[in-house]
Design a protein around this ligand. Structure first.
Ligand code: CP
Ligand code: NVA
Length: 312
């Protein structure tokens, strides 16, 4: 499919349903090639990708760095505090300079506007590696996992249980709407998704046949679920809200009772890192319905798709 090279990936809002599906098909193709012995596919020979991270990361950092190598490219990890950014150089100037050295930038930021600012001034693609608002590369990997496990995306009932204002949820809504899923959000009513992304998702859903529902009671919400998905109750940067979040979200813990209410076909997903004993218990995350390790692995293959398609 033409038309990907040189583009940023700040939100999946900027991609058509066909393009979102193409990312996923490309990820599945890279995975198949990897397991048939083609570990390195040199489509980005000689390229260099910079990772500019303002927050910690295990999966996003390592999967992008390994993905770059498996495409014949190299990566440079740049902690925010080690750059002149920390001493007041502007994001615009940083973007201009990095663009003279590297072929693409993956950025993880505390505030989403910083991604937008980087992308505005960079002349190479800028990829969202998580912000306070969204995590599109996670959602792409997750949709790849759903397709792999369930054999379809259209009509799959994915129930997100927990923090309704979660950044990963925001991206799952956009991706799910584009791909025709039935997404149910089960959360206390005061924790709502990002308004703009929800509005876009609801509009897209009208065209694709996807559905988005809000059901406060988690036991009612998960009935007949194909996927039960959760994320941490306290995201990075929200530590001050911990006490209130734990109080609000206790009834939304994914435990054996909730998985039983979901029924036998429900698979458990979590973007990780998990806070065991809070949003999920050991018996579920380590249990037979959990697919979290395959889900984490797929980040690697989808990252290859994202880099191979976007980096010129
Ligand atoms: N899921 C995810 O993005 O994990 P990291 O924070 O470890 O990158
Ligand atoms: N919602 C979590 C996701 C981590 C990958 C956070 O932002 O901390």
């Amino acid at each position: 499919m033409p038309g990907f090279k040189g583009r940023d990936l700040i939100e999946l809002v900027d991609y058509t349903p066909e393009e979102v599906l193409f990312f996923i098909e490309t990820g599945l193709d890279f995975k198949r090639r990897f397991y048939s012995g083609e570990r390195v596919v040199r489509v980005l020979d000689g390229r260099v990708i910079a990772l500019v991270f303002e927050k910690p990361s295990t999966r996003t950092r390592v999967s992008f760095e390994v993905a770059a190598r498996q495409l014949g490219a190299e990566s440079i990890y740049l902690g925010w505090g080690e750059l002149q950014l920390a001493r007041g150089e502007t994001l615009a100037d940083t973007a201009r300079v990095l663009s003279r050295y590297v072929d693409g930038v993956v950025a993880r930021v505390r505030e989403h506007w910083k991604l937008v600012e980087l992308a505005k001034h960079a002349t190479v693609p800028v990829i969202n590696g998580l912000s306070d608002i969204s995590h599109p590369v996670q959602a792409l990997g997750d949709m790849m996992t759903v397709l792999e496990k369930k054999g379809r995306l259209r009509g799959v009932k994915l129930v997100f249980v927990g923090d309704g204002s979660d950044n990963v949820l925001n991206s799952l809504l956009v991706a799910g709407a584009k791909l025709g899923l039935h997404i149910v959000v089960s959360s206390p009513r005061q924790l709502r998704p990002n308004e703009e992304l929800l509005k876009h998702s609801l509009e897209v859903a009208e065209e694709t046949g996807a559905t988005i529902e809000f059901i406060e009671d988690p036991y009612e919400a998960v009935r007949g679920a194909d996927i039960v998905y959760t994320d941490v109750w306290v995201s990075m940067g929200q530590e001050a809200l911990r006490e209130e979040r734990v109080r609000l979200l206790k009834p939304y813990q994914v435990n054996q009772r909730l998985m039983e209410a979901a029924g036998g076909k429900a698979l458990f997903m979590h973007c990780l890192p998990a806070m065991r004993g809070e949003e999920v218990v050991d018996e579920v995350i380590d249990g037979p319905q959990s697919i979290v390790w395959d889900q984490a692995e797929n980040r690697l293959h989808i990252q290859k798709a994202v880099l191979a398609l976007l980096i010129p």
